[in-house]
Design a protein around this ligand. Structure first.
Ligand SMILES: [Fe+2]
Length: 216
């Protein structure tokens, strides 16, 4: 009997080492109107309109639906993106969200710049307030025409030291916080709703999701 050759072995799936994900490419929101959104991000905040893509099929759902995907680029190459979906737009989608629920922050380089931006934004007809001193950063706030809160922020001169100190104790502070607030959370959410870290994937249905490639 001959020695087994490599061809007799079952085909092994190649394993790919996961490298760290990096950079925030974009964050995306729904908009009430593409042109009004362009006005705010391009004319008011000075971002570059990098793309205005028109699609006719909802991604992943193989469902006919015309929409525009807009991308505005910051000077460091990242994007804030929007969806304009004419057949699925309702005023309730654009109720101004509390900053705790959602906001996005962009950086400026000096306190003078921060104040100059506040004056400019107010002059353009968008209420803008601040600066607010958060210790590690100083920020002004406004809303875009879609109810998304936008923050312009300046790193404090002691930013690196403050974050280094915070970073060293972050896990301990989080642990203490979780223990101290658990009872209050359980009272409001109940145990089965509080922990949403994972579901039984064998029961998940991905049959209707249109995916690229079959082996990945
Ligand atoms: Fe913030």
């Amino acid at each position: 009997m001959s020695e087994p050759t490599s061809q007799d072995k079952p085909q092994e799936k190649p394993t790919i080492a996961r490298k760290a994900v990096h950079n925030m490419h974009h964050t995306a929101y729904r908009c009430r109107d593409a042109e009004q959104t362009r006005w705010f991000y391009e004319d008011v905040l000075g971002f570059k309109l990098a793309a205005a893509m028109v699609f006719d099929e909802e991604p992943g759902a193989a469902k006919k639906r015309e929409y525009m995907h807009l991308f505005f680029q910051t000077t460091d190459g990242n994007f804030i993106a929007f969806f304009d979906v004419p057949d699925d737009v309702e005023e309730k989608m654009f109720i101004a969200r509390h900053g705790f629920d959602q906001h996005i922050a962009f950086e400026v380089d000096s306190l003078e710049q921060l104040k100059a931006w506040r004056r400019h934004i107010n002059k353009m007809g968008r209420p803008c307030f601040g600066p607010i001193d958060h210790g590690f950063v100083h920020s002004i706030y406004m809303y875009d025409p879609n109810g998304v809160q936008v923050e312009l922020t300046l790193k404090d001169k002691n930013y690196d030291a403050i974050l280094a100190e915070d970073s060293a104790k972050a896990h301990d502070v989080l642990k203490e916080w979780t223990e101290r607030t658990r009872a209050q959370k359980l009272e409001r959410l109940q145990a089965d709703m509080l922990d949403q870290r994972g579901i039984d994937m064998s029961k998940a249905d991905f049959s209707k999701v249109k995916q690229e490639g079959a082996q990945s």
